[in-house]
Design a protein around this ligand. Structure first.
Ligand SMILES: Nc1ncnc2c1ncn2[C@@H]1O[C@H](COP(=O)(O)OP(=O)(O)OP(=O)(O)O)[C@@H](O)[C@H]1O
Length: 547
């Protein structure tokens, strides 16, 4: 094997402290040691002194270009793999770096999963000693990353392939990463987990440290995984996802798991603030700064000082406000309306929108510089329709939440089928609303298809596909139809001994009692269930002496 080995640290070269911290944290979680440099000169000095297993360098730094780091490594004939981090849309830079010997590149904003897969493709993490002792592998600089393929198509002479053992991306054997680091997704895809293996934390239907985000699907496990990591740093996070997919819950979870948990979490819906009030709402004002300002007032930034400021629907910020926000982020200071002085604020920013922010940047509706500032790391909340294995569990928990005393609501077969096949354009929020409404509308304990009030022509899946989840709902499915007439066998009619009126009264009493039990003794609902009027119900109860 080449002279660098797994004991050697990874060198992260970036002038931005937030990014260095985030990368350091991620790499350390992968079991790697990390060294950092704040610019080109320091990186060169460190390369002179030490061996590294991998170098990750930003392209644009105040004292030079990451390209110089790549060239320096080539000049010293080091076989240390080096990858560059380029500004979004800067494919030329990426191609140049690849030509100079970089093995891959990442575009900003970096997502942690991209970073992880790049690192995995460069070094073998925690590889067992036997594997490490195997014959020499090709130089890491010859490892082709997935990004490289795209860029190489444009220009670079594509370097050689990936034949390293345990390297991910086009490989057939998953690499050896500490178990705690491996997401369920990875484990499922590696075929390690049998389909019938009980899912972890099934009782909880999630994980204890993040009660806001339920679900055991690989997507949700991955989301929680990322949130835990993000909680340990202070980098701005951009949460993307459809409406109702849990963006705010994710932001709150990041805050609650962070060192800022004891400080305020301030959630702001940017779309709901009138434009003329925005500045004073965000930054506060001094008494007398405008008509009606009869006392000093703090803004969102001051309220969130020490904690987290969550900017929901950030795409709705008008351009003028975007400029002011950018300044506040860069300076880490705000100036109240009517105040000559700026005050320092220590705020972690998390923002979200269901709109395509990148597209808005392209259309000139959202400032690119602010986009990069806010979007250092992005987190994607998956839509509910892509997490179908969670549906059964979520429905179960929501019905449990709405239960009446000890009695759970149940679903008729048609209602169950529709719930499992519905597309949920409004995601979790829509599922919550559907069930809340259904519980209010249903007569008795069994929710019927009509109670759901969903468009049945909007069902996504075939019956067969939905069948896969059916077993999850066994406990809430309507029990096999029982004969209301008796609940058990009809009593025997013995001519000569039994009076026909007594016999029929007995059956009627059983039917009515059962309907009353089923509707928790609500006479109106029981009457509806039996198809008789309330008046008739009352009359029958009196006649049959049912109290
Ligand atoms: N994984 C989840 N487990 C349980 N409940 C969830 C989950 N995700 C979202 N919810 C619930 O769905 C509802 C909507 O969540 P949230 O407000 O976080 O969504 P959002 O993406 O921020 O919505 P919007 O785009 O409309 O602001 C909340 O009641 C929340 O509790």
């Amino acid at each position: 094997m080449s002279k660098h080995n797994l004991q050697d640290p990874v060198l992260v070269v970036d002038d931005e402290a937030d990014i260095r911290d985030l990368m350091e944290m991620t790499l350390m979680k992968m079991g790697l040691r990390v060294d950092t440099a704040v610019g080109v000169e320091e990186a060169k000095a460190k390369l002179d002194e030490n061996d590294y297993s991998l170098v990750l360098t930003d392209m644009r730094m105040p004292d030079g270009s990451g390209l110089e780091v790549v060239q320096y490594i080539s000049r010293l004939l080091l076989d240390t793999p080096v990858a560059v981090i380029t500004a979004f849309g800067n494919a030329d830079q990426a191609v140049e770096a690849l030509k100079a010997g970089a093995f891959d590149y990442l575009q900003k904003p970096i997502t942690l999963s991209q970073l992880r897969s790049l690192v995995k493709s460069a070094v073998t993490v925690n590889e067992p000693a036997t594997a490490m002792a195997e014959p020499e592998s090709p130089a890491p600089s010859a490892v082709a990353g997935k990004n490289q393929e795209a860029a190489a198509g444009a220009a670079a002479p594509a370097p050689v392939l990936n034949t390293r053992k345990g390297v991910s991306g086009g490989i057939d054997k998953p690499m050896s990463v500490p178990d705690g680091l491996r997401s369920l997704k990875e484990r499922f895809s590696s075929g390690e987990t049998e389909a019938h293996t009980p899912l972890p934390e099934q009782e909880l239907f999630g994980e204890e440290d993040m009660p806001r985000l339920l679900g055991v699907s690989p997507q949700m496990v991955e989301v929680r995984h990322l949130i835990r990591r993000l909680a340990r740093s202070d980098v701005p996070v951009y949460i993307a996802g459809e409406s109702g997919s849990g963006k705010e819950q994710a932001a709150r979870s990041i805050h609650e798991l962070s060192a800022r948990a004891a400080q305020p979490f301030i959630a702001v819906n940017c779309g709901a603030i009138p434009e003329n009030l925005m500045e004073s709402e965000f930054f506060g004002y001094k008494k007398g700064s405008f008509t009606g300002a009869d006392a000093d007032r703090m803004g969102f930034f001051q309220y969130a000082d020490g904690g987290t400021l969550f900017l929901d629907e950030v795409a709705d910020l008008p351009l003028a406000m975007q400029v002011k926000l950018l300044r506040a982020i860069q300076e880490k200071a705000v100036r109240r309306l009517g105040d000559a002085r700026e005050t320092q604020v220590d705020v972690r920013l998390v923002c979200a929108t269901h709109k395509n922010l990148h597209k808005l940047v392209e259309e000139g509706k959202f400032r690119q510089d602010l986009y990069y500032r806010l979007n250092v790391v992005s987190l994607n909340m998956p839509p509910l329709r892509e997490m179908r294995e969670d549906l059964g569990g979520l429905i179960l928990r929501l019905l449990h939440k709405h239960r009446h005393g000890q009695e759970m609501y149940r679903l008729s077969p048609k209602a169950q089928d529709a719930l499992l096949r519905y597309s949920y354009p409004g995601n979790f929020r829509e599922l919550e609303n559907i069930l809340e409404r259904a519980v209010a509308l249903t007569v008795g304990q069994i929710i019927q298809l009509d109670d759901l009030q969903i468009q049945t022509d909007n069902l996504l899946y075939t019956d067969a596909a939905a069948g896969a989840e059916m077993h999850l709902l066994d406990e809430i499915a309507e029990p096999a139809k029982t004969n209301l007439a008796a609940g058990s066998r009809l009593p025997d009619f013995v001519p000569g001994q039994t009076q026909i009126q007594d016999y029929l009264d007995d059956i009627e009493r059983r039917i009515i009692t059962q309907a009353l039990q089923q509707t928790r003794y609500n006479r109106t609902q029981a009457a509806k269930l039996l198809g008789i009027s309330f008046r008739s119900m009352r009359y029958r109860m009196e006649r049959l002496d049912i109290s």
